[in-house]
Every structure is written in structure tokens, then in C-alpha cells.
Design a protein around this ligand. Structure first.
Ligand code: SAM
Length: 297
């Protein structure tokens, strides 16, 4: 049952598509517990598709569904001292259409279990991996990240770019630790303040959208308090947001709207993303995705 009394109003009053994955399929409750539900959202009269379906549709056929880059993925990989001779087991949680999965597969000796809630993205990843001859290295799994069927200490590496917020950073690093071998690595990117202070508007916005947002030192403390040793940290530069995520998305707006006959709900989805992009442009010096690479000790 929903623990958050504000669930409906927050849901329907959706402001930021940044957290749309989170807001559309789960919400943060007061006590820090996240839940997931595949509830269909707001369907306007005569609309064929739900808002969630439209958000997924907007993100289809794109390199990535969040900020990041091949360079960032490779940089995170380099912090890990992985045995080259050994065949490694990797989980990529919230993989989307697999921008980072492909990079990991090309640069690591092992098999990646790429998990996402939405088959639309996994189908794209399967197609890409077939075209690239990577099917022996990438196995897709349609599952929610809060009910993973993994065994104890099954993986050498757990990877999650721009997705751990769906269960919450602290909850994710605690829960997923069970699946990680001792000495194995966790690599997660997470929305992070990159300055000690910031304008009230952006502070209030993020505190509302994602109360777990924090400065990196506090996130690192959480890792350390939960049995990890930090081996690397960096934050994504603005190119990873603008050139790799927002610009390609903006380029899809027109065809997306045409595809949906310029419907009211499709226009709302686009307007919400435009507002998110504007906010990022205004406050990009204050937040980014921090990339945390930590070893399970
Ligand atoms: C911001 S996107 C990041 C995707 C990809 N890692 C990237 O960086 O391009 C977040 C991803 O998390 C997935 N997701 C959201 N909630 C999920 C859940 N409960 N379980 C598994 N995946 C989920 C979404 O489908 C989406 O692909």
C-alpha cells in the first residue's frame, strides 16, 4: 500500500521529468522507503497513451536515457582493479537501452546482466548487442531493481548509471551489496550537489524532487558506513548532460509530437522536459551526477 499521503497530488502535479522514472513508477515516502508500482498514470479524455507510455516513447531510439557518456563509463571502469584473466559477472541495473552496457561489454572480459523495468528499452539493447556481436556478453532481464532475483555474492561488479535514485541511494547500496562479492566493485552515478551552497530556488526544487540529494562527501560517508571503500569519484561534465542527453532529446521533440498528433498529453511531456532543461541551464554549476566507484570490503 502507498505510504505517502501526497502520492496522488505529487504524481499528478508532476513537475520534473528528470525524476519521471521515479515519479511515474514509484515515489519517495517520508521514512525513506521507496516503493514501486506499475500504475498507469493520468490518461486524458480520448488520449490513447498514458503519460508513462509517452515518456517511454520519447526515450526510445536514443543512445541514452540519462546524462552520461562513453568517456564517463570508461573513466569509472579505470578506477577498478579488475583481474583481466578472470571471466567477470556484472549487473547493470536500470540499464535503459544500454548506452553504458555496450561500453562495459566491449571493455571487460565477462557477462553483463542488464536489468530494466521496461521491455521497450531491453528490446533495443538486444538489437544493438546482436548487431555488434555482443550477445554472448549481454543478457537482458526485465525486472524491478527492488526485487532482483540475484544470489548472494553473485557479481564482481554492480553498475548503475542514473538509476539508483529509483530505490534511493542508501537503500540501493545496502541492498545490492548482498549481490556483490567481497572485493567486488559498485559503480553508481547519482544526482549530487557540486558546491557547498546554492540558490534557494534550486535547493528547494531538488529537496522536493529527491530529498536524498547531497554533497559528495556525505554520499561517500554513506558508502563507508555501509562497508564500502571509495576507490574513485568524479562528476559528469556539462557535455554529458547537454550534448549527450538534452540535445538529442530536443531533436526528437518534433517527431514525437507529430507521432502523437500533438496531443495534450504529449505536449505536456515535452513542456515538462523543456522546463527541466531550462532549470539545468540556469543552475548547472550547482549540481550534476556524481559517479561513485567503491569496493565492497
Ligand atoms: C535515467 S534512466 C538511465 C538509463 C541508463 N542507465 C542511461 O544512463 O542511459 C533510468 C532507467 O531506470 C529504469 N528504471 C526505472 N525504475 C526502475 C525499476 N524500478 N527497476 C528497474 N529499472 C528501472 C528506467 O526504465 C530507465 O531505463
Amino acid at each position: 500500500m502507498c505510504k505517502n499521503n501526497n502520492w496522488n497530488s505529487r504524481f499528478l502535479g508532476l513537475r520534473s521529468p528528470f525524476q519521471s522514472w521515479c515519479i511515474l513508477i514509484g515515489i519517495h515516502s517520508e521514512n525513506g522507503y521507496y516503493f514501486y508500482t506499475k500504475r498507469w498514470v493520468q490518461t486524458l479524455k480520448n488520449e490513447q497513451m498514458t503519460e508513462l507510455e509517452l515518456v517511454i516513447d520519447l526515450h526510445k531510439n536514443s543512445e541514452r536515457q540519462g546524462p552520461g557518456s562513453e568517456k564517463d563509463t570508461l573513466k569509472a571502469l579505470r578506477f577498478m582493479n579488475l583481474p583481466t584473466a578472470q571471466y567477470l559477472k556484472v549487473a547493470d541495473i536500470g540499464c535503459g537501452s544500454g548506452g553504458q552496457t555496450i561500453t562495459i561489454a566491449k571493455n571487460l572480459n565477462g557477462q553483463i546482466t542488464a536489468v530494466d523495468l521496461f521491455p521497450e528499452f531491453l528490446d533495443e539493447l538486444n538489437e544493438k548487442s546482436q548487431n555488434l556481436g555482443l550477445t554472448d556478453k549481454i543478457v537482458t532481464l526485465e525486472k524491478s531493481m527492488d526485487e532482483l532475483p540475484f544470489g548472494k555474492e553473485e557479481f564482481d561488479v554492480i553498475w548503475s548509471e542514473g538509476a539508483i535514485y529509483n530505490v534511493g541511494f542508501e537503500s540501493g547500496i545496502i541492498k545490492w551489496k548482498d549481490y556483490l562479492k567481497v572485493g567486488g566493485y559498485m559503480a553508481v552515478s547519482e544526482i549530487t550537489w557540486i558546491t557547498q551552497s546554492r540558490p534557494k530556488e534550486i535547493e528547494d526544487f531538488w529537496k522536493h524532487e529527491y530529498p536524498e540529494i547531497d554533497i559528495a562527501s556525505n554520499k561517500i560517508k554513506l558508502l563507508e558506513n555501509n562497508g564500502y571503500t571509495l576507490v574513485g569519484y568524479f562528476y559528469l561534465n556539462q557535455e554529458s548532460w547537454i550534448d549527450n542527453y538534452y540535445k538529442p532529446m530536443e531533436a526528437r521533440f518534433e517527431t514525437f509530437l507529430k507521432r502523437h498528433d500533438n496531443s495534450e498529453l504529449a505536449r505536456k511531456v515535452v513542456e515538462d522536459y523543456k522546463a527541466e532543461i531550462e532549470l539545468y541551464q540556469k543552475y548547472k554549476d550547482y549540481y550534476s551526477y556524481g559517479f561513485y566507484i567503491a569496493q565492497n570490503n
